[in-house]
Design a protein around this ligand. Structure first.
Ligand SMILES: [Fe+2]
Ligand SMILES: [Fe+2]
Length: 645
């Protein structure tokens, strides 16, 4: 039981509670779960599985094969939600397990937090080579707890059944593999330390910011409220000693970790990225509608993540593609999917903008499906794709599955949110124009300037200098900036408590770009981060100025799944259309006209805007305001001689 809970209870019950021994009556007793088909069955008196996550898994001859795509079984989302609580004076964690894919933080059964704020709880797991047993106790004098990961002196064998047991009696941690003691530590003392929010899980390693699923087989798992003896460990091992005698068996059937998806569309190329559970060779077969164009790109080098740059394509043309992975005798097809290359200058096109798909997978799925219903040409993402960029499970179990079929068919162009944490996984998955963390690209009559709002945008920063150069070089009719943090927002509390004091009304670093956006005629600036929808009045500096006189419209589109935030109770001077809803933005561009719509998660249209450049008014007005004499319209590609392009 946590200190926090005891704190609440003591004043009410006084000595009754404090007089109880630490292993209070009511704490859960011996717990045992066995696999049954693809589920986990609780023995009598054992806590039932409270949530089974949709992780690919299969029943096998002995036990259950897990895919490693994440942790399937949550017994309790928080240990402090378990009636009576887990025993803490002494504990045994036991499992029959076979590991197919070694990993740094492999878990079999545990309830831990191991992150910047805390090191608490208990876990039985495995690293790249050896099993381990982790315990944090109250006897270790550390403000936020300290875990000892006791590592086996012997490695496990890949694909072989092992009996793992960790025991802790309040003074000594012991680890046993296949009935034999393999490690011992006296680093911890006193009851196991829980802070309360440790999720009790089976089949992986899960804490607040990580989820590493077991890729292997599982037969049974026990948690006992005592430290069993070495003799008892041997006796329990003997019950399934036949399993331990079996030769290793590794599931070599290839499976997707991340099914193929599309990124970085241009008029002549497209990138396809995919990841398999085990290393594989991979190829992508591409053909056009007529079948005249047929080509295969192949990476022979075995790897998990493959990235293909499909080149030599025609602009604004539909293609079919199929990704096939192979390893040994096993091969795997991603199915035949489609894409369309980028629209050329002058071609009508549509795009959707989504931000903050970081949590609430069901919402993410709804938004992505609604966005796909519009059959956009392009998907722009305003950042915070995932909750924790360094957590592979967030990508493989939350983001990618819920964004389908949209990202199978429509290329994504994202910017980094703060939640990506600049993690390597972002760069592994997102194949983008150099230098990736920021970039620009053209699509139809638009140029998009994709900015990393987590990095400095101060005067003379590398990124601001790049932005200025890129904006100045653009001859596109439409210019859009995208960065996660909003330069302007009417949010209630991200930049100061608007109920009590004052607000900066936006991200100070992001604010650095606004004068460049104004100077170079950027039409719309898309942001995420503040989980709601807002379209400001067009702005120059802090003033509201008509769009066709050069005002830049700031759109916060952060409604992809993150928990909703709210607005300043009084409107801001620039605040225009707002909505506290999950949503996405849809834009269609043709012939100098932009049709803009915002659609909520129920498919309701709640904002509409049309921007029309046909008479060149915006350019003329801006020039007039700046005292510049110009032709009736700033030259764009349309005005260039036909043979000049
Ligand atoms: Fe967010
Ligand atoms: Fe954010």
């Amino acid at each position: 039981m946590t200190d926090r809970i005891r704190f609440i209870v003591v004043p009410l019950l006084g000595f009754v509670v404090t007089a109880l021994p630490a292993r209070a009556h009511g704490q859960v007793g011996a717990q045992r779960w066995t696999t049954a088909g693809t589920e986990l069955e609780a023995a009598s008196g054992t806590l039932a599985v409270s949530e089974t996550r949709p992780i690919p898994r299969a029943a096998v001859a002995s036990g259950l094969a897990l895919s490693g795509r994440g942790t399937p079984f949550v017994i309790a989302p928080r240990v402090d939600g378990i009636a009576g609580g887990l025993a803490t004076d002494a504990v045994t964690l036991e499992a029959w397990v076979s590991i197919d894919t070694p990993t740094q933080w492999g878990g079999v059964v545990g309830a831990i937090q191991d992150n910047a704020e805390a090191e608490t709880g208990m876990i039985l797991g495995y690293g790249y080579e050896k099993p381990y047993f982790g315990i944090a106790s109250t006897g270790v004098d550390d403000v936020d707890g300290k875990l000892t990961y006791l590592e086996s002196s012997k490695p496990y064998e890949i694909g072989k059944w092992h009996h793992l047991v960790g025991t802790y009696d309040g003074t000594t941690m012991r680890l046993y593999v296949d009935g034999e003691p393999v490690a011992e530590s006296r680093d911890q003392s006193g009851p196991v330390r829980f802070r309360g929010d440790e999720p009790l899980v089976i089949g992986g390693y899960v804490d607040r910011n990580e989820d590493h699923g077991l890729d292997g087989r599982l037969l049974e798992v026990s948690i006992l409220p005592e430290a069993i003896s070495a003799a008892e460990v041997r006796r329990r091992f003997a019950r399934h000693a036949d399993l331990a005698a079996l030769p290793p068996e590794i599931d070599t059937t290839l499976a997707w970790m991340v099914e193929p998806f599309l990124v970085w569309p241009t008029t002549d190329a497209m990138s396809v990225v995919a990841e398999t559970m085990a290393p594989s060779a991979m190829e992508v077969r591409v053909r056009d509608e007529s079948g005249d164009f047929q080509r295969t790109w192949r990476n022979e080098q075995a790897a998990r993540i493959h990235e293909f740059r499909i080149e030599g394509l025609d602009a604004n043309t539909k293609y079919f593609y199929e990704v096939v992975a192979d390893a040994g005798k096993s091969s795997l097809s991603g199915g035949v999917k489609t894409f369309r290359t980028a629209a050329d200058r002058g071609d009508p096109f549509t795009f959707v903008a989504i931000g903050d798909t970081q949590s609430q997978p069901a919402v993410v799925k709804r938004i992505a499906d609604l966005a796909f219903e519009t059959r956009p040409s392009l998907l722009v993402h305003a950042g915070d794709l995932v909750t924790t960029g360094g957590d592979k499970g967030h990508w493989t179990n939350h983001f990618f599955p819920n964004m389908r079929p949209l990202i199978d068919r429509v290329a994504i162009m994202p910017v980094l949110g703060n939640h990506e944490q600049d993690a390597k996984l972002y760069y592994d998955y997102m194949s983008l124009p150099d230098p990736e963390r920021w970039y620009s690209f053209s699509y139809g009559d638009a140029d998009f300037f994709m900015i990393d709002g987590n990095r400095s945008l101060a005067d003379r920063s590398a990124q601001l200098e790049w932005l200025e150069t890129a904006l100045a070089a653009s001859d596109a009719e439409w210019k859009f900036a995208v960065l996660h943090q909003p330069p302007w927002t009417s949010d209630s509390d991200d930049y100061g408590d608007t109920y009590q004091t004052s607000s900066k009304r936006g991200d100070p670093n992001a604010r650095n770009i606004t004068s460049l956006l104004e100077k170079h005629g950027v039409d719309l600036c898309f942001s995420g981060h503040v989980h709601d929808y807002e379209r400001t009045f067009p702005m120059v500096g802090e003033d509201v100025v008509p769009w066709d006189e050069g005002g830049v419209i700031y759109v916060t589109t952060a409604g992809g799944g993150g928990h909703l935030e709210d607005f300043d109770p009084a409107n801001t001077t620039f605040g225009h259309r707002k909505a506290r809803r999950h949503h996405f933005v849809y834009c269609g561009i043709h012939d100098g006209i932009l049709e803009f719509q915002a659609m909520d998660e129920d498919g309701r249209l709640f904002d509409v805007l049309t921007l029309d450049k046909r008479d060149g008014r915006r350019s003329v007005a801006r020039a007039a305001r700046e005292g510049v004499e110009i032709a009736p319209k700033t030259p764009t590609w349309r005005d260039a001689p036909a043979d000049g392009r």
